[in-house]
Design a protein around this ligand. Structure first.
Ligand SMILES: Cc1cc2nc3c(=O)[nH]c(=O)nc-3n(C[C@H](O)[C@H](O)[C@H](O)COP(=O)(O)O)c2cc1C
Length: 394
């Protein structure tokens, strides 16, 4: 081991050479084994080794270092070490070792072969670092991650099951009634959505049509949207007069500070015989009308969302639809996605796309619209639920 003379020279008062002082001062354990003798006996250990293992140099010199091993030492790591020593290669392994007092510690052991001038391996130098703290932290992190993964999988399974239940409330097929055709699109941003829509035949060629959007999204919104859907389908509420429907829902689902939920609603009655659509818009997105003989129109107006104000009024409006007219009801998740510059897709673009696709079927128009929204958003992962219910008078 060559080096500057100062490393080997003893101090004035017989102090150990600088090299020896450096070897003692280092926190790491250093052990040298003689590779020419059977079983690689130790011929040197520094003070760091003594501090780390609790064994004195006298107790260990002449022995193979395996006395540090015990029941918790990983056989795989040992095999890797053995193979490297046999091949006289450098190796680093993580071993669980035991001090003289029986306490365990994680030892990151690096063993390097040392050759003589003829290239023969004469010694092995082992450097032992106590990595117990970081290994325990890593192990704790791994086990926390495993627990998290298990919990996440359970949660996902639950959410997927809940989403399947929720989707059974969506109309699987929209009613096929003379005089009108429907198409729809539903894209929850999480598995569960706060959006819901439906078309319910009332008899006599009249259809109750609604679309709603519960504030927020995810599980809490989905719970209320499912409750509302059941409530609206169960015949518990008169759907014949849209304003009364909104008022009744406003009473039944009044503001509760514990949940702080409310919802926007557009509900109406379509008379397929006359084309009259009487509806109330409660804080919901303005419907878009594509009449055959007129420019596309956004029909503004309406009352506040349902569940915010106890005495809210919900005015009714009436549209007279003629064959070929198309009406689009949608939720704000469709117009609110931002592009990379932070600009919203917006209502104007929505109207322009629907107008452009006027010659296509209702379904194709909706699919193209969604494509444009996703392209605008830059990713299919939209930030809010998207629902669209379109009808065409025939
Ligand atoms: C220089 C040197 C240092 C070593 N240091 C350790 C050590 O700190 N802890 C340990 O468990 N094994 C250590 N070993 C490994 C064992 O001495 C032995 O080589 C290993 O257990 C594989 O041999 P075996 O299967 O005959 O036991 C060291 C080996 C050498 C050559």
């Amino acid at each position: 081991m060559a080096g500057p003379d100062i490393l080997r020279r003893e101090g004035a008062a017989g102090e150990p050479a600088l090299k020896d002082r450096a070897l003692s001062a280092t926190a790491e354990g250093i052990a040298i084994a003689d590779a020419r003798l059977p079983d690689n006996p130790l011929i040197y250990v520094n003070s760091g080794f003594e501090r780390l293992t609790g064994y004195s140099a006298q107790e260990v010199l002449g022995r193979n270092c395996r006395f540090l091993q015990g029941a918790g030492t990983d056989p795989e790591a040992l095999e890797k070490l053995r193979a490297a020593l046999r091949a006289r290669r450098e190796v680093t392994v993580l071993l669980f070792n035991y001090r003289k007092d029986g306490t365990g510690f994680w030892n990151r052991l690096a063993v390097t072969p040392v050759c003589d001038a003829a290239g023969e391996v004469t010694h092995f130098i082992g450097v032992q670092s106590d990595v117990t703290e970081e290994t325990n932290i890593r192990e704790a992190l791994k086990s926390a991650n495993r627990e998290l993964e298990t919990a996440y999988r359970a949660l996902r399974t639950d959410l997927e099951a809940a989403a399947r239940v929720q989707q059974t409330f969506l109309p699987s097929t929209l009613p096929e009634t003379a005089g009108v055709r429907f198409a729809s699109l539903y894209r929850p941003c999480a598995d569960l959505a706060g959006d819901m829509f439906n078309v319910l035949p009332l008899g006599g060629g009249r259809l109750a049509v609604y679309i709603l959007d519960v504030s927020g999204h995810g599980v809490a919104s989905a719970l209320l949207s499912v409750t509302l859907t059941r409530f609206l389908s169960a015949g518990e509420i008169d759907l014949g007069r849209p304003a009364d429907t909104a008022r009744a829902l406003n009473r039944k689902f009044a503001w509760d500070p514990r949940t702080a939920q409310y919802f926007s609603l557009l509900c109406g009655i379509l008379d397929t015989g006359t084309g009259e659509f009487r509806y109330t818009c409660a804080g919901h997105c303005d419907p878009v009308l594509l009449a055959v003989d007129a420019e596309p129109a956004v029909i503004a107006g309406g009352g506040p969302p349902v569940g915010l104000f106890p005495n809210a009024q919900f005015p009714e409006s009436t549209l007279h639809l003629r064959p070929g007219d198309r009406l689009y009801l949608y939720t704000d998740g469709l117009i609110e996605p931002d592009n990379a510059q932070g600009r919203e897709f917006g209502l104007d673009r929505l109207v322009a796309v629907l107008h452009r696709e006027r010659g296509e079927s209702l379904e194709t128009g909706l699919a193209r619209l969604l494509e444009e929204v996703v392209a605008w958003n830059g990713s299919p992962a939209l930030a809010d639920d998207v629902s669209l219910l379109a009808l065409e008078m025939t």
